[in-house]
Design a protein around this ligand. Structure first.
Ligand code: LER
Ligand code: MN
Length: 278
């Protein structure tokens, strides 16, 4: 029996450059995830995707799979909206989209990931203005999500992709300062390896606020392909009593199925070695 539930990233369609392992419809991906030995499926999709909730929930129950989380990034990359924009109609559209995602997550009994949809602070602008705007919008989203039993996970992403929440410390301080109680930190080993002085201390700093965890190796290939020490990550996750998913979000190379298999083999081995490699 695994200590954590393992999930893998999926989307109906995605370019090969995206860290998505399974492509195709959700029910097919649920079956593929189960056959590969995973317990969860992370779904990257638009907020207006038509879904047959009954069929998805039934397929998931039959396969012993849980939808690990819904990722909202496409509302930003395709929908071109965000939570800190200077134009109110842009932030309002982002809020409207996130409310659709909350309804989806509630219907699939899962949680929501907020990453790129946060938006960027314009070069040279006063960060305080954008932080306050983000806090106000995130606070409303967190409250509305909580009313529907959905948690918000905000992902710490490297500085080349975002400029709000690039380290665990910045994120934890923000959640504390604005008392965002239904918002949890989401760490990603690939991003941590770029921007955290000590990834292990970053995990410790999050403690009980850690809600979700992405696993990829240093070049974003599957865990076990590179230099990251997943034994030590797992030892610290165990130390803080982490109970969320370990979700493999890596490049589909040499192909998605092979990467998914190699990732799970490696992570299970590392889980067995907890405490031996700190
Ligand atoms: C999403 O989880 C992520 O890590 C970002 O880099 C977007 O791919
Ligand atoms: Mn990630």
């Amino acid at each position: 029996m695994d200590k954590w539930m393992y999930a893998l990233s999926s989307a109906e369609t995605a370019p090969v450059t995206a860290p998505i392992l399974l492509r195709g419809d959700i029910c097919g991906n649920i079956r593929a995830a189960a056959e590969l030995g995973y317990q969860g499926l992370e779904v990257h999709m638009r907020e207006d995707t038509p879904l047959d909730y009954e069929k998805i929930n039934q397929t998931a129950a039959e396969c012993g799979i849980k939808i690990a989380a819904i990722v909202t990034g496409r509302l930003n990359t395709q929908g071109m909206v965000n939570l800190v924009d200077d134009r109110p109609y842009i932030t309002e559209a982002a809020m409207k989209g996130l409310r659709e995602y909350i309804r989806m997550a509630a219907a699939l009994n899962t949680d929501l990931i907020i990453g790129w949809i946060r938006g960027r602070i314009p070069d040279g602008a006063d960060p305080g203005v954008y932080h306050a705007r983000l806090a106000r919008n995130l606070s409303a989203i967190c409250r509305e999500a909580a009313e529907q039993g959905v948690r918000i996970f905000t992902e710490v992403i490297n500085r080349y992709e975002v400029n709000i929440f690039t380290t665990a410390k910045e994120t934890v301080n923000f959640l504390d300062q604005w008392a965002l109680s239904n918002c949890f930190v989401h760490l990603d080993t690939f991003h941590m390896n770029i921007d955290e002085t000590s990834p292990l201390e970053a995990i410790r700093l999050c403690g009980k606020r850690l809600g979700y965890f992405h696993a990829a190796d240093n070049t974003r290939l599957y865990p076990g392909s590179g230099t990251l020490n997943f034994n030590s990550y797992f030892s610290v996750l165990d130390e803080i009593g982490y109970e969320g998913f370990i979700s493999v979000e890596c490049l589909p190379l040499p192909d998605g199925m092979t990467a998914a298999r190699k990732a799970l083999d490696h992570l299970r081995q590392c889980e067995k070695g907890i405490g031996n490699n700190n």
